[in-house]
Structure formats: structure tokens, C-alpha cells
Design a protein. Structure first.
Lengths: 342, 342
């Protein structure tokens, strides 16, 4: 759609501002291997959605987005550090179409590259061109989010060891794992641009809800999207046994027989299935049956509705801000997040 | 010695102030496994030497040590995060007499526990009861040190893959790996207590040199100390093939034949030697021969002299500060570091 294309153009424009300072903090330097590993994900791509939120939030409250660039860089660095470490924990082999950091440099260097990105995030905070009072508040906001990131990831690791999780548990986990940093992005943008606590609060609510919706919609897409567009096989989360909101809803609503049937497929194809005598067609058929079960109990519809409700709630909160192009961009971004097909 | 006993008593006293706020940041809370893993090293012990340096540096420039408690907690948390992650990388199995975090909770939770401690360090900065300007400067100082920590550790990892390192390379690595955080400890203490740049500079110089001396002396002790006092076998660094200043000096000075002889033992007994048909007595004899080679070329004496010179340089710098009990404590601590037998 044309309005999304225009949004993407503006995201790209702001990404340029951000990347200049981002790569200034992690230049090509010694120890080369460390900086190469740290630069890998930022170089491999990423749309810089969170930095866009920071800069646009600043604009939406009447501030100068240029003074929010370093805080935006800080958020992007936190995001990248968490990707590097999460990929080790999840044993993921590719990210942004390239091998993961630990695949290329080994686990030790990947731990260290993540640590450096984390440290550099706080260097970015330290460089923010705002008053010392605002800097202190930005620090506080980012620290809160990075604590929550760890807590959310710990819950997610713990989920792996369990048969099922409840909707409440899932929502708590995902609020930390993806809600917190979107919240911090919008909040930090607000802090840079205004002293109006009501605006900052509205941005925080917007970010938290959009962040949660983003992940839920991702999990919905895994089940309903076109494989071509998605770039991975449909139902790959079911193969891996990933506990999503959809699965949590299913477990709270399905009868014992349906659950039993689902569990036979759920998580059965985790890791590399090559050479295990598994016939691709059989696996696909099984996964499709499991997806049908989720559909039967309305679990995919439920999650999809929750994501859309969260976005509505987010954009409703944003009405506390004056009408502006920047506010519209945030609204548009939130809508895109639950309308995208990839 | 009695003066050291009195110093230890004061270190203990200050540790109490620090621990109260330290454990306030990492209380027993959910997700339990994450917080348990993060609390493990702080609970297992540690003398809180770096926090002592922070508080005493503040006192030494005429400030109130109580306002330096959170900055001191920040430094201790950085130290502990780096221990958790370094232990994973070095595959160490015990620390402070207990199993390492990754031994008890697995690598994934250990990565995450380290991340949480890192994040909490910046929360401690954020809670510092100082002006926003000082807070910003403390942040900058700690960020610089934590960048250097990563760089030093990356160099150390890279050393493992090489046959030898030069004295210059070693000094650069160790300046980051242990010099930086001692430097930051003294500097941060100075920032809290004064605006006098000369005092802060003097403290920074003191901390950097003491930190480097600390590690060099540790490596000397590994070769000359009493096994009972040290709590580990003499020459364990030689068994592991650890590149120390002593080894760097030896490689710059020994003749080819001596180097060849040394290399036959150096790093030969890395990891678990049980069940590999190695006779303990043979290994000990070999290691003692390697130590004799180091002695022959004056490498142990050289490192020991470097450590003592660094401490002299450190305490010389400290003379820029007014004479006080606090300054004397710092001088005493520095002297202890290169006189201790364990």
C-alpha cells in the first residue's frame, strides 16, 4: 500500500541518521575480531524500527529528533546485544539472512560481542546531547527495559522445559521480552522532546502495547503466512515446540483428546531433522493437522484479535498527543505491525 | 601484619554498606532461577576490594563515602558480571570455592545472569545520590571501563590461540582486563568526592597501576607461593598454558633451546588430566623444571619487580592528595597487593 511505502521511506531516512552514530560507536578497530563480531548484525541489516520510534516520538511531542539520535542508537544497541545472546541460547543458525554471530566466531566471542554492544549502548546514552537531568532519566528508562529483557528471556528459557504455559504467563513473558524495549523506545523519545508527563505516559503505553502486538502477530504469521513471503516453512514454531500465545490459548481451551493429538507433533521436529529418517511430506502433513487443531479451537483467531486490540489500545493512548505527521507515523507503524504478511 | 589486619577490618566494614544496597538490587525474586544465578557470586564471597577503593577514594578527596555507595555497587556488579561471563569462556569449574554459575545453571542461564548483573550495574549508577552532572560523569567512566574489559578479554582469548605474546601485548591486554576497573573504581570515588581534576587524575593513575600490579602479582604467586596458602597447585598457569607477563618476558629473552624445552610443558596439562595416564609426580617434576627455566632467565624476578614498580608509581601519584587516613589506606592496600602470599 502506498501509505506504508511512504512510511518505509521515512524509516529509511531516519535510519541513516542513526547508523552514522551507531557505527561511530562500533567502528572497525582493534581487537578486530571483537569489533567485527559486534558489527555483524548491525551491518547485516535490520530496519531500525525502534530508533524510528525514538526519533518519531520526540517529534510527536514537539521536540527536535536530532537530539534523540544517540538515545535511539542506545536502544538499537540493546536490541542487537539481546539478539546476539538470544541466538546463542536458542542455538539459532541464521539471522537477517546471514549466519549468526556464534556460528561465525564461536560462542565465546559471541558472548563478548554481545557484552560490548551492551556496554556501547550505555556509551550512547552517555553521549546524548540533552541536559544531565534528561540523561539520567533516559538511563533509568533503558536500565528498566534491559532488566525486563533479561527477566523475559529467563521466563522464555524456563518455558522450554515445560509442557504448557498459561495465557497470563505468556503475556508476562512477552511484555518483558518484546514489550519493554518498544516501551523504552517511545518513552525515551518522549523524555528527549518534552517535560509533559502525560505525553510521556501515553508514549510508554503505546510502545508497550505495540511491542507485545508485534511478537504475537509474528507468531500468528508463522501459522498463516505464505511461505514464500515469510521466508521460512509454515508452522516452524510448532516444529520447534515454541510456546506462543496461540498455543497457550489452545491449552486453556482444547479438550484432552485434542491436546494429546497436538502434543504428538508439538516440538517433535526441533533442531536439525536431516538424516533422522523423517519424510518431509509426512512432517508437513502432521504440522498442518496441528495447525487445523489450533484453528478448530479458535486459537489463531484469538491471538490475532489480541494483537489487533493491543494496537487499537496503543493508538487510542496516542490521542493524548497533539495531531501531527509524527503521531500519524506512529499510528501507521502500529497498524502495519498487525497487517503485515511477512 | 597488624596494619594489614586493621586494613582488612575497615574493608569488611565498608563491605557491609555496599552489600546492603548490592543485594537490594538483586533480591530473591522472580524469575527465581535468574536471580539465584545472579546472586551466586556476590553471595559466595569476594572481599569487595573495588567498592572499598571507591568509598576510600571519595574519603581521600574529602567527600562523604556514603554518597559513593551506589557507584561502588555499580563497580562490584560490573566485576561480577565479567567473572560470570569469563568463567564460561575459560570453562572454569570453581570460583570462590563454589561451582561456577554455568556449572550450576548451565551456559544459557549463566549468560543471562551475567547480562542481568551488567544491567543492574547501570541501575546502581542511576540510583547514585549525586548531582545529575556527576551521575553523567560516573556513567561515562564506568562505560569506558566496561568497553576496555571487553577489549582486554578479547585480546586474552586471542592470546590462547597463539604460541607466544610480547611484553607490550601483555601489558595492553592486562591494562584493559584488570587495570581499567581499578582505575574506574578510584576515578568514580574521586568524582563523587571532589571537583578537583588533579585529584581525580591522581586517583585514576593510582587505580590503573594498582589493577595491573594486582594481576601480575597473582601470576607471580602462581609460581612461587606455598600451595597450602594458595589453595591450588604451584604452576597451574603453566599447566594451562596461560600467557602471563612472566612467560612473555621469558620468550623475549630465552634462547631457542630453552624455549623449546619450556614449550614441551607449557599448556600440556590444560583441562582435566584425570584418566589420561599422566602420573602426578611426573607432571609436577616437569612443571618444576619449567619454573626453573623461568627463574634462570630472571622472568619471575622481572614480573615481580614490574608489579612492585607499578605500586610505587601508583602511591607516588597519590601524593597529589592531602595526607589522610583514607589516603594511607589506599597506599596500604596497594602495598598489600604486591606483598601478599596468597
Amino acid at each position: 500500500m502506498r501509505e506504508y511505502d511512504e512510511l518505509f521511506a521515512r524509516i529509511k531516512e531516519k535510519a541513516k541518521l542513526v547508523d552514522e552514530k551507531l557505527f561511530g560507536l562500533i567502528p572497525e578497530k582493534e581487537p578486530k575480531v571483537l569489533y567485527d563480531a559486534a558489527r555483524h548484525y548491525p551491518l547485516a541489516g535490520g530496519k531500525r524500527v525502534r530508533p524510528f520510534v525514538v526519533l518519531t516520538a520526540t517529534e510527536a511531542v514537539g521536540g527536535d529528533p536530532l537530539s534523540a539520535v544517540y538515545p535511539a542508537v542506545a536502544i538499537e544497541l540493546i536490541h542487537n546485544y539481546s539478539l546476539v545472546h538470544d541466538d546463542i541460547m536458542d542455538m539459532d543458525e541464521t539471522r537477517r539472512g546471514k549466519p549468526t554471530v556464534h556460528k561465525l566466531w564461536g560462542i565465546n566471542m559471541a558472548i563478548l560481542a554481545g557484552d560490548l554492544l551492551f556496554s556501547k549502548a550505555f556509551e550512547a546514552v552517555s553521549r546524548a546531547e540533552v541536559s544531565s537531568e534528561k540523561k539520567a532519566r533516559i538511563l533509568e528508562t533503558i536500565v528498566k527495559a534491559s532488566n525486563e529483557l533479561c527477566e523475559g528471556q529467563a521466563m522464555d528459557l524456563e518455558f522450554e522445559k515445560r509442557e504448557t504455559v498459561t495465557i497470563d504467563e505468556y503475556m508476562k513473558m512477552i511484555s518483558g521480552k518484546t514489550g519493554a524495549l518498544f516501551d523504552a523506545s517511545a518513552t525515551v523519545g518522549g523524555i528527549v522532546g518534552t517535560d509533559d508527563e502525560e505525553y510521556i505516559k501515553a508514549l510508554s503505553t503505546w510502545g508497550r502495547n505495540v511491542g507485545i502486538a508485534f511478537q504475537i502477530w509474528d507468531d500468528v504469521l508463522d501459522l498463516i503466512a505464505d511461505e514464500e513471503k515469510l521466508g521460512k516453512p509454515v508452522g516452524s514454531d510448532i516444529r520447534k515446540g515454541k510456546k506462543t500465545l496461540i498455543v497457550a490459548h489452545f491449552f486453556e481451551n482444547a479438550d484432552e483428546k485434542a491436546k494429546e493429538k497436538f502434543m504428538k507433533v508439538f516440538g517433535r521436529y526441533a533442531g536439525d531433522v536431516k538424516g533422522k529418517g523423517i519424510i518431509e511430506e509426512d512432517m508437513k502433513a502432521e504440522v498442518m493437522e496441528a495447525i487445523d487443531l489450533l484453528k478448530e479451537y479458535g486459537s489463531i483467531d484469538y491471538a490475532s484479535r489480541v494483537a489487533k486490540d493491543l494496537v487499537n489500545k496503543a493508538n487510542e493512548a496516542l490521542k493524548a498527543l497533539p495531531n501531527s505527521t509524527a503521531r500519524k507515523d506512529l499510528e501507521l507503524l502500529a497498524r502495519f505491525i498487525v497487517e503485515r504478511e511477512y
